[in-house]
Design a protein around this ligand. Structure first.
Ligand SMILES: [Zn+2]
Length: 423
């Protein structure tokens, strides 16, 4: 999840406190007055050094999509050392610690294991005053460390619930991971999930209840390749790619300005080529388009497809030999749009809990693991990991523990009110 404010692209930002019904306000207030919750809140504060230490340990283990194994194994060991009824990997590479309840309801709370950074990125955490700098320090190492602390609170205070709670690390959230971990979870049916909570995003206030859908493509123009002088006149894939970007931008930009739901487009990476004095044999780019509205997204997709085909045709007209270029358009990401109703108990509890803790609950949209439960009508929210941070997905990402405990208390209240105390 991802662009503007600490990872997730947020489209809406007005407070929605007025949407909280009295029933849930009262429920959260009454729950918070119980001794066990007061104890848990004190314990969360006491555990701040534990949470911070875990955040650093996790950050310093590289975990690009498809290469999360080392971090997953370390996270599993960390869950085991906290303790649970069962700690296990599922077939999709996700890791879960199960705290059993007395009934059949299943709640899953997670952080995502992967980062956007390549394996050789320097992920050593640097301190400047009370600010921590490292790629991935917030997104989503902090989410994983929040999950670990929550498990420790339930475990050490021996809090019994009616629902089963899975404390999880999910793989493949970022980029070309294309939500593979959460897709596995819901498609395999290995755990039948009734409520899904992702800890991935900024501070306390924001709750993601709407999924931004996205289409992602890798486009590759291909030709025979040759010498820039000796084979001059041969079709040039880079020239076609440049033209394709121009055609796409020419039509995508005006469309993105038309009235209606936001729709975005971006060429994220380009590559290919052999040397300065070679006509390349291939030229590729990765393209990302997004909208909350599937119709707007599909229209943008059509504009994109048309631009690629036109670029191929026009550039091939310049050929001075009989060779022609081809193009492969591979869909490498397809994240569905979807949403959860504001009156759903999980959303109500999240809003009531944030308000109880002095925050300003704000519903928004994003592209997070919750996309998948949203699209399958399973109640889900993505909540903030707390503290303050910026520059997610950049090498200068930073995070600071400014009232970070509030986000952990928030997650705890949402979890406990949904799982119900079993006294
Ligand atoms: Zn994230």
């Amino acid at each position: 999840m991802k662009q503007f404010i600490f990872i997730i692209s947020i489209a809406i930002a007005s407070s929605q406190s007025s949407l909280i019904t009295k029933k849930y306000k009262d429920e959260i207030k009454q729950l918070s007055e119980q001794d066990i919750v007061k104890k848990a809140f004190d314990y969360i504060e006491e555990l701040e050094p534990f949470t911070l230490k875990n955040n650093i340990t996790i950050t310093e283990i590289p975990a690009p999509p498809f290469n999360e194994e080392k971090r997953s194994k370390a996270f599993k060991a960390m869950l085991e050392s906290v303790g649970a009824d069962e700690v296990f990997f599922d077939g999709g590479g996700n890791v879960h610690a199960l705290k059993k309840g007395s009934m059949d309801t299943n709640i899953l709370i997670e952080g995502h294991i992967d980062t956007v950074f390549p394996m050789d990125t320097d992920v050593k955490v640097r301190f400047s005053g009370d600010t921590l700098f490292a790629p991935g320090i917030g997104d989503d190492s902090r989410g994983l460390s929040v999950v670990l602390t929550l498990l420790k609170v339930f475990q050490d205070l021996n809090i019994k619930t009616k629902a089963n709670i899975y404390f999880s690390g999910i793989v493949g959230e970022e980029g070309l991971g294309d939500l593979s971990g959460v897709k596995y979870l819901f498609n395999s049916g290995s755990i039948s999930i009734d409520y899904y909570i992702a800890v991935d995003g900024g501070g306390l206030d924001r709750i993601v209840t709407t999924a931004v859908g996205s289409h992602r493509y890798k486009v590759t123009f291909k030709g025979p390749g040759g010498h820039s002088w000796g084979a001059f006149g041969l079709v040039n894939p880079h020239h076609a790619l440049g033209r394709a970007i121009e055609y796409f931008t020419n039509d995508a930009d005006p469309y993105s300005r038309t009235k209606g739901d936001k729709v975005s487009y971006s060429v994220g990476r380009i590559g290919g080529g052999t040397s300065i004095n070679s006509i390349p044999f291939e030229s590729w780019m990765e393209v990302d388009m997004r909208s909350e509205n599937p119709k707007r997204l599909n229209k943008m997709d059509k504009i994109f497809q048309k631009a690629i085909k036109k670029a191929l045709k026009d550039q091939n007209k310049l050929a001075r030999t009989k060779d022609r270029m081809t193009v492969d358009i591979d869909m490498v990401g397809n994240r569905p749009a979807g949403k959860v109703d504001v009156n759903n108990a999980l959303v109500q509890r999240a809003m009531a809990s944030i308000a109880y803790l002095g925050g300003n609950p704000t519903l928004g949209s994003g592209s997070t693991n919750s996309n998948i439960p949203f699209s399958k009508q399973v109640p889900a929210v993505t909540i903030g990991r707390g503290g303050e941070g910026k520059n997610a997905h950049a090498l200068n990402e930073w995070w600071m523990n400014k009232n970070g405990d509030l986000a952990i208390k928030n997650a705890f209240l949402i979890l406990l009110s949904t799982a119900e105390l079993d006294i």
